[in-house]
Design a protein around this ligand. Structure first.
Ligand SMILES: Nc1ncnc2c1ncn2[C@@H]1O[C@H](COP(=O)(O)OP(=O)(O)OP(=O)(O)O)[C@@H](O)[C@H]1O
Ligand SMILES: [Mg+2]
Length: 343
């Protein structure tokens, strides 16, 4: 078979990028997947322009010489931030067929997994180090004043509770992630649920001078809005949003929870607070695990940075949407949209 027929014959057989190159690295032909990966100007360019691998010329010479397939992984390409595994095989005297496998997704997933393990270890280590420190201090100070000892024990209690909260949140997150693809089975009576969540948090709000108000703006206020879902999970969403509203709002301000229907006939619930707000650049990242705008401040308040990650997963599972908008030193709105139960 002639080299010019290679791509015509085999190009559509593989989903990955297939190139035909000459011994001096010039790309002679490319399949549709190569054009998707590297752009439509790829033919005629030097392979060195497309992938970043310092020993490319040597690998190619070895491939032509030995007639054996060669495989290597490239750094991200210059124009496209991609991780690529390349396989080469010689064809005839001075032609080489190159298969480029796009490993970017696997690479990113692997990075996410490593970051997650590093974050969890870090979050657990801080309270644990502090606990060990206080235990040693108490052990080595038999004459410690009772009041000091009491203070240390209170800190230890706080740290132990923080670890316990972190583990609860991690379990919650992993539980929703496992069955995120399954539409929840039960029925949730959202108005009653919101009213009882607001009531349950009102005592805490009183202590900080906050007032949580619930309003139903739907046209049919007497009917109970019902969605398909898990009661505990939907409650967890609003407990988290209200917990944030209380933590990150101005002291003694009003927090509004309001409900209405949108034009698509879905149920919308807004949790609105007045506070410092969130800068635009942070908004897309808030639902990432462990992402906190001010790490120190959030930790001081006992936060783990998992709250909104859990919220996002639960809402996805319920086929809903979460939108966040914020005006600095004014209003911050967490808008939850959920589809009504249809059967
Ligand atoms: N209503 C809000 N106003 C201003 N900032 C907010 C608000 N809600 C969330 N944030 C910001 O988003 C970050 C992530 O929120 P998230 O609920 O995931 O974590 P957390 O509240 O710090 O900890 P946790 O919820 O796990 O106790 C917070 O650390 C805070 O910086
Ligand atoms: Mg939170």
């Amino acid at each position: 078979m002639y080299e010019k027929d290679l791509i015509k014959t085999f190009g559509s057989l593989v989903e990955d990028a297939l190139l035909v190159i000459s011994h001096d690295l010039i790309i002679k032909d490319a399949n549709a997947a190569s054009i998707r990966l590297l752009g439509d100007q790829v033919i005629g360019t030097d392979l060195n322009q497309q992938i970043v691998y310092s020993g490319l010329a040597e690998e190619l010479a070895a491939c032509i010489h030995s007639k054996k397939p060669i495989e290597f992984t490239t750094s991200p390409t210059r124009n496209h931030y991609r991780h690529i595994r390349a396989r080469m095989m010689s064809w005839g005297e001075d032609t080489v067929i190159v298969l480029l496998l796009d490993m970017t997704l696997q690479h990113n997933l692997e990075k996410m997994r490593r970051d997650f393990v590093a974050n969890v270890s870090h979050e657990l280590r801080s309270p644990l180090t502090s606990l060990i420190g206080f235990v040693e201090t108490i052990q080595n100070s038999p004459d410690m004043e009772l009041s000091v000892r009491e203070r240390f024990l209170n800190i230890m209690d706080e740290e132990a509770k923080r670890m316990s909260r972190l583990i609860d949140d991690l379990m919650s997150l992993s539980k929703v992630e496992v069955d995120e693809h399954l539409v929840p089975e039960g029925r949730v009576f959202v108005k009653s649920l919101l009213q009882s969540t607001v009531n349950a948090m009102s005592n805490r709000a009183l202590k900080t001078g906050h007032d949580i108000r619930f309003r139903d703006h739907r046209a049919q206020q007497n009917s109970e809005p019902v969605i398909r879902g898990g009661n505990d999970e939907i409650m967890e969403v609003f407990q988290n949003l209200l917990d944030n509203a209380l933590k990150y709002s101005f002291p003694s301000s009003i927090i509004n929870v309001e409900m209405h229907d949108n034009e698509q006939g879905q149920l919308v619930i807004n949790v609105i607070n007045q506070g410092e707000g969130i800068k635009e650049k942070h908004i897309p990242r808030l639902t990432e695990r462990f992402y906190r705008v001010d790490k120190g401040r959030s930790r001081q308040m006992g936060g783990t940075g998992l709250g909104l990650a859990i919220v996002k997963h639960i809402i996805n599972k319920h086929r809903g949407q979460l939108m966040i908008s914020s005006q600095l030193n004014k209003e911050t709105i967490f808008k939850v949209t959920l589809p009504y139960l249809t059967d």
